[in-house]
Design a protein around this ligand. Structure first.
Ligand code: PAF
Length: 282
């Protein structure tokens, strides 16, 4: 497996392949790979001539220094996991200076308001950091297709908006959430949970699934009330938000419009670890 740490080396490797019209699939990650990431790789390997995976814990998208410091960094293990999927994957694992060249700050982006909802409200500056890194990686790798998981559904919509606003020549492919057997959405952050908390965290998807059932016959307010009430019964969880929002605009709403698609979005803490998840409601 080829591993590049410098964008100049990666570009020099990819450029002749791009000139030969080879298609490039790209899976951006922050490492600590789980089966969800590997499923994106598998999809890319099927759909493209070349697959590049980046592993980079991007400092500008963290609004909490402790979260950045504690984010798992497991490059060796990650490479081993990837090698079981395919030896043909190209890995780009840059340093902060290779990406930011001594100026570790975000550019500022406008995503037609998508950035002001949910994660944007609770993690100021997060989506500027995501936009900065994703745009830079697209410029370096020049992928034809890029793969993003729906667990970060708001991020997926924001990346789509970034691509359309900046007319970037890449197709964004959204991929369904991968879940542990218990239903817990796969996330690198799950690694930081104690075994007990990891078990208990299955409750998040249980409550979301029940909320989906309730949404079919009850009002949005009733559905939200059910979720809030359910978490109050479990003080080991601290619910940050549960919102029902239009999938396109991400605007939360209290009235149902049958022509629209809605999702329930949640952020919840357990053992001070922040987990997010979402579910399609109709
Ligand atoms: O979803 C992630 O892991 C990150 O936000 C991404 C897209 C790799 C950018 O750092």
């Amino acid at each position: 497996m080829l591993i590049f740490n410098k964008k100049s080396d990666l570009s020099a490797f990819l450029s002749p392949l791009i000139n030969q019209n080879k298609s490039i699939g790209f899976v951006p990650t922050m490492g600590a790979l789980h089966e969800g990431h590997l499923s994106l790789l598998e999809k890319s390997l099927i759909e493209n001539d070349i697959t590049v995976m980046s592993i980079f814990v991007n400092p500008t998208q963290f609004n909490n220094a402790e979260d950045l410091e504690k984010y798992p960094r497991t490059l060796e293990k990650d490479v081993e996991k990837m090698s079981f999927v395919s030896q043909k994957i190209i890995v780009y694992a840059p340093s902060v200076s290779d990406i930011y060249e001594g100026n570790t700050i975000s550019e500022s982006f406008e995503y037609d308001g998508l950035e002001h909802q949910m994660e944007g409200q609770h993690r100021p500056g997060h989506f500027d950091g995501v936009g900065t890194i994703v745009k830079r990686l697209f410029e370096i790798i020049k992928p034809n297709k890029a793969y993003f998981g729906e667990k970060d559904f708001q991020q997926l919509q924001i990346v789509r908006k970034l691509v359309s606003k900046h007319k970037l020549p890449v197709d964004i492919i959204g991929c369904s959430i991968f879940r542990e057997k218990s239903g817990l959405a796969m996330s690198s952050r799950n690694e930081r949970l104690s075994p007990e908390a990891r078990k208990k965290a299955a409750l998040i998807f249980e409550i979301l699934t029940k909320a989906k059932e309730i949404f079919q016959n009850e009002s949005i307010t009733e559905t939200i009330h059910f979720v809030e009430k359910s978490f109050k019964k479990h003080p080991e969880f601290e619910l940050e938000y549960f919102e029902i929002a239009d999938e396109e605009t991400l605007l939360s709403t209290e009235t149902k419009d049958t022509t629209k698609k809605y999702r329930g979005f949640i952020a919840v803490f357990i053992e001070k670890i922040r987990l997010i998840d979402n579910i399609s409601l109709n």
